[in-house]
Design a protein around this ligand. Sequence first.
Ligand SMILES: Cc1cc2nc3c(=O)[nH]c(=O)nc-3n(C[C@H](O)[C@H](O)[C@H](O)COP(=O)(O)OP(=O)(O)OC[C@H]3O[C@@H](n4cnc5c(N)ncnc54)[C@H](O)[C@@H]3O)c2cc1C
Length: 396
Amino acid sequence: MLEYDTVVVGGGPIGGYVAGKIAEKKYKVIIFEKNRQIGTPVNCAGLISPRVFDFLDIQKEKVIQNTLKGANIHSPSNNILTIGGNRIHAYAIDRTGFDNEIIKKAQEKGAEIFLESNVLSAQKIGEHIEIATSKKHEVRTKLVVGADGPYSKIRDRFILPEPKEFLRGIGAEVTNTNLDPDFVEIFVGDKIAPGFFAWIIPTNDKGTKARIGLCISQNIKESPKFYFQNFLKNKNSSNLLENIKIVKYIGGVIPLGALKKTYTSNVLVVGDAAAQVKPTSGGGIYTGLLSASHCAKVAIDALQKNNFSSQYLKKYHKLWYADLGKELYLGMKFRKIFKNLSDNQMDKYIKKFQDPKITEIISEYGDIDYPSKLVRPLLKKTPTLIRLIPSIIKEK
Ligand SMILES: Cc1cc2nc3c(=O)[nH]c(=O)nc-3n(C[C@H](O)[C@H](O)[C@H](O)COP(=O)(O)OP(=O)(O)OC[C@H]3O[C@@H](n4cnc5c(N)ncnc54)[C@H](O)[C@@H]3O)c2cc1C
């Protein structure tokens, strides 16, 4: 049986990042990835904030496809709220390229990776964990990092809590669009994407290519495909999608409601496995990487001190929670309000938000990673908005 200092389960961006950081300190690290290729299939719309690159030593020019300055939010009856436009708020990235660059860096730092290696079991034997894969690897380690995505086996195997909900997503890479390349288009409404929203993200600077898609709540009777086909024909979006050609489909699940416990003895879970995802947008790359930076730090400390007790590893949970806990908690609260809005209410509030006093504040303070930062300046400038909160909750 082979021995490694750390086994990382999952070769996504978060597993790749953690593996690289630990390997950099000369520890023996292995990544097991069940898919045949890194970053494929794509389960992502690929919209990230510029600060994602602060964590990474990859060349961003290699993966950025387009820069985005604002968003047009379409209400159910197609009132359009335009926000931003003044500065770069986000990038559209080539997600397959992004994942590959992160893994390549991890390998350069010494991490090993095995593809098509589904981790089938992980068992605590004495002071160690023994891992077995579909490729018949048998590995012993003192530390396992579960970066194995929304349906994490490591999370389940070590009886850590489940995410609160799972959104179901669908999308596609398309060509022949005629879009403003600077703006993301967002569509809300029960008939479009119940419980979440649909998007069109221009992926080149001519507005002729895009990633489109939507997510719906998990308890909706119809399939995501049903809503996706409607989205292509829907009157609010169809003028933007009239002549498109679908190049490739995208799917996936988004876990929401970060885990209340992300560690146990010899085990840390991180990224989608820990549901470290923004509940308002479904974005998990920034929040995952921020959490991964703490995960890697505590993993290195544990390796240096040879202490893999639950008590010691708890430090990781405390650190990421201090950075993100409040934001993710508030995100779930906003989500609850949003999910309860009827189409009429969405129309009404989007109209109210078209007030230039409000759009100016959103454009100035809007931050896709920290949406709660908007609340204070919005309420300060337009205190009447506070009246909306109880009425939104009460009306439905
Ligand atoms: C439709 C959709 C759109 C999205 N859009 C955005 C967006 O625009 N911006 C954004 O920031 N986020 C977005 N996200 C979320 C984002 O994709 C995730 O937060 C991100 O991929 C999390 O990275 P991860 O490494 O934690 O997990 P993943 O990327 O899921 O990687 C986990 C890896 O583990 C592997 N694995 C799983 N089980 C095993 C096992 N037993 N053995 C070995 N390997 C295993 C998987 O094959 C996978 O490669 C979107 C998600 C979806 C579904």
